[in-house]
Design a protein around this ligand. Sequence first.
Ligand code: CAA
Length: 380
Amino acid sequence: MDFTFSEEQLMIQQAARDFSQTELLPGVIERDDQQKFPTEQVKKMAELGFMGMMVNPKYGGSGLDTLSYVLVMEELSKIDASASVIVSVNNSLVCWGLETFGTEEQKEKYLTRLASGEVIGAFCLSEPEAGSDATSQKTTAIDKGDHYVLNGTKNWITNGNAAEIYLVIAQTDVEKGHKGINALIVEKGMEGFEIGPKENKLGIRGSDTHSLNFNDVKVPKENRVGEDGFGFKFAMKTLAGGRIGIAAQALGIAAGAYELSLKYAKERKAFGTEIANHQAIAFKLADMHTKIQAARHLVYKAACDKDKGENYDLSGAMAKLHASEVAMETTVEAVQIHGGNGFVKDYHVERMMRDAKITQIYEGTSEIQKIVISRSILKN
Ligand code: CAA
């Protein structure tokens, strides 16, 4: 496949690269250490148009394609995966779903603010007892005529506290199974909506992950996205695109760790020469580079499929599966190449190793991607 970038795509990639160096790199170690949300950086990313990249400009977005989006995700993730997951959730899981399935009123009321980055959003599917098994929703949205009454708990919600607008998946009719699930727009501040404590995480510590409690929250009917019972399909279709964003994040983490390792190996000396001259290190770099290039092709291919209007369930799942495995392998090797320095925070690669792990878990674990991939290839 030939990935020839347009002038515009190259400019956006460069803008994200520059932004990452000047705005994300300073303070990234402290934000990780203190679990500090990058509020100022998110504001600046909004100014650059990164919060609603693929949204039509008439709703406040940048009107760009998915390939531009993954180029930006890759660059941000090379430096700060906490910042990039905030971008990914807002773009792929919140803005895309609202633009594709929302009513005109919902788009005007919510999407415009989300796409411009005036506020950020969260996508609330996972529950204490429903992570991978997403059809087993315990959160209920009982139909009361002109509104729903929402009760339940959501877990591990990215942007949990920082968000203003939440897409909440809940069961309206248990008898109908996954066909009785709805997606509702919930606003921060609605009575009965409480934000639980912040999670203390292994990685992406600058991002904001909380549980959420809904106690008799009255949600107007006009806040339902799509037809009655469309909520599970809404979640699946939304996640299919989300997985491309996370695949790009994983790719960026891997590429960032590789770039640091390459530089380090050319500078650090041992046994009278730069360590890159030792085959043990040179072969590690060769493996890292090869795996990253393969991951890059899968990620760009999935983005191009989406841009061409082709089905991207399979290519997105393959991209996420492979890129996240590569992110994990590459970051472990990056720490090894850095030796004792790799184990301390100043050299960044230990953080990248911790950040890489979540890419094998969220928006569908590697095992879930294998379910999606195997079902897709076996049905043909
Ligand atoms: N597009 C459209 N419809 C889809 C679909 C897709 N990609 N995938 C499934 N569906 C539909 C199916 O067609 C089926 O509908 P019908 O009965 O009408 O045919 C329905 O959804 C149920 O599908 P399955 O029978 O395949 O359901 P399943 O119970 O076997 O589960 C699964 C399928 C793929 C395993 C799914 O449960 C899944 O993706 N689980 C993982 C959930 C996940 O990714 N969670 C991440 C949380 S979000 C997060 O991490 C965000 C964050 O903050 C970063």
